[in-house]
Design a protein around this ligand. Structure first.
Ligand SMILES: C[S@@+](CC[C@H](N)C(=O)[O-])C[C@H]1O[C@@H](n2cnc3c(N)ncnc32)[C@H](O)[C@@H]1O
Length: 404
């Protein structure tokens, strides 16, 4: 079986599974004191709620490893469909001196990404949404070629140009909005576009423009939910047909699930998140009672360190944001305790969503790959690094074969 058949088979089967199980993975336990599916799956709910804290954090980190959910859900099949091979890298390791002025994690991502960019003779490299062009600068050094990079932020362009000049690298940073019509002039059949972590509409634009021009590309997509579209518009015909046949529709909120994996954060950050969630859930109970409306009310998020010092202060802050007057005689201790109970429950019920997270991300990437294949490209997909370096570790590379 060739790669294309395998990709199509995966895309089709994942469409079926995501559609069939959407009623379970779509609702957010955080927003539903009782999930719409809970009554239908009592044994599964019971098994989840019985998990210890240690089991919960193990399964959050590795949802496919020895999961209790395998008794009810197609865990092994989802895992198989979502597991993609690591694409082999080529060439020598990069000189460490080139890492100067690049953040440590970003540099290691570049180290993993670049050996998987297959430049062919005559390719004219271009970076898409380049920031300061760290990737483009390293590409220019590695291959000894001139590189162009598109970025709309003038300060980043200036900063990147200064770095390239100081290091004597032939890199041109161009201030360009990639969503503007005139971006087309940058793409030709000999252009090879690289994009590391280009968000939703930005990489969608790249795919459409590259196909229109016949350019080669190497892309690590991310943030699929950053799109102007309210509902997901599949790129490939196969994806569109499957979605229509299986009645799969994906909102921005659904797409956000695809990128919600956070590789285990330090202990104190985890603890901070748990407390923030418990307080929000405690406030949620209070606001439902005060407003007399049994529905979720989103409260803005707060940067780390900006959280009020106590649950009571948090509730007053949240109530102010939403224009709600709180009664003075609220049972603060009882509400806070119920928030913590709900937080533990939500973490357990969320494990259902965790199982579908990577399959959804892989489905979105396969939709992009098959779109390229449908446009006549030879395309490959795989990972370019371990998920600890970045959970957005999928890479698509594609080239339209030269016609004889
Ligand atoms: C997530 S960052 C990725 C930057 C770089 N590729 C990296 O991996 O560090 C996205 C970049 O896209 C730029 N950007 C956002 N919208 C853009 C647009 N419409 N046209 C060009 N660049 C844009 C941002 O300024 C930012 O530098």
């Amino acid at each position: 079986m060739n790669t294309s058949d395998d990709a199509r088979r995966r895309l089709e089967r994942l469409t079926e599974l995501l559609a069939a199980w959407q009623p379970l993975w779509q609702p957010l336990p955080f927003q539903h004191p009782r999930l719409p599916w809970q009554a239908e799956w009592p044994a599964m709910v019971e098994a989840l709620l019985a998990l210890s804290d240690a089991e919960v954090s193990r399964l959050q980190d590795a949802p496919f490893t020895d999961p209790p959910l395998a008794a009810w859900l197609p865990v092994a099949e989802l895992e198989g469909l979502a597991s993609l091979p690591q694409l082999p890298g080529e060439g020598e390791t990069l000189a460490q001196g080139w890492a100067t002025h690049v953040g440590g994690r970003k540099w290691r991502q570049i180290e993993a990404f670049l050996p998987r960019v297959r430049l062919a003779a005559g390719d004219r490299p271009l970076e898409w949404c380049a920031g300061k062009g760290h990737l483009a600068r390293t590409l220019a050094r590695r291959h000894g070629v001139e590189v162009s990079a598109l970025e709309w932020d003038a300060a980043l362009c200036d900063g990147g140009a200064a770095l390239a000049e100081a290091q004597d690298v032939p890199l041109t940073l161009v201030q360009q909005d990639v969503m503007a019509a005139d971006v087309a002039c940058w793409l030709t059949p000999t252009t090879h576009v690289s994009a590391l972590h280009a968000c939703g509409d930005l990489h969608r634009r790249l795919l459409e423009q590259a196909v229109a021009a016949g350019s080669a590309l190497t892309l690590a997509p991310c943030c699929y939910q950053r799109t102007a579209d309210a509902g997901y518009r599949p790129l490939s015909r196969l994806g569109a047909d499957g979605m229509a046949r299986h009645h799969l529709s994906l909102s921005r909120e659904d797409l956000a699930m695809a990128v919600q994996e956070t590789v285990t954060a330090p202990r104190h950050v985890q603890r901070h998140r748990q407390r923030a969630n418990a307080w929000r859930l405690g406030f949620d109970r209070l606001q439902r009672a005060v407003r007399g409306q049994d529905d979720y009310l989103p409260v803005p998020s707060l940067a780390y360190g900006r959280m009020p010092g106590s649950f009571v202060d948090f509730c007053h802050w949240a109530a102010e944001q939403k224009g709600i007057a709180l009664p003075d005689d609220s049972d603060w201790a009882g509400l806070e305790a119920s928030g913590w109970r709900r937080q533990a429950e939500v973490a357990r019920l969320e494990l259902v969503r965790h199982l579908f997270r990577r399959p959804l991300e892989v489905w979105l990437a396969l939709d992009r790959l098959v779109f390229l294949e449908e446009a006549g490209y030879d395309a490959q997909i795989g990972t370019f690094c371990d998920r600890e370096l970045t959970p957005r570790n999928l890479l698509i590379r594609a080239r339209r074969p030269a016609t004889a």
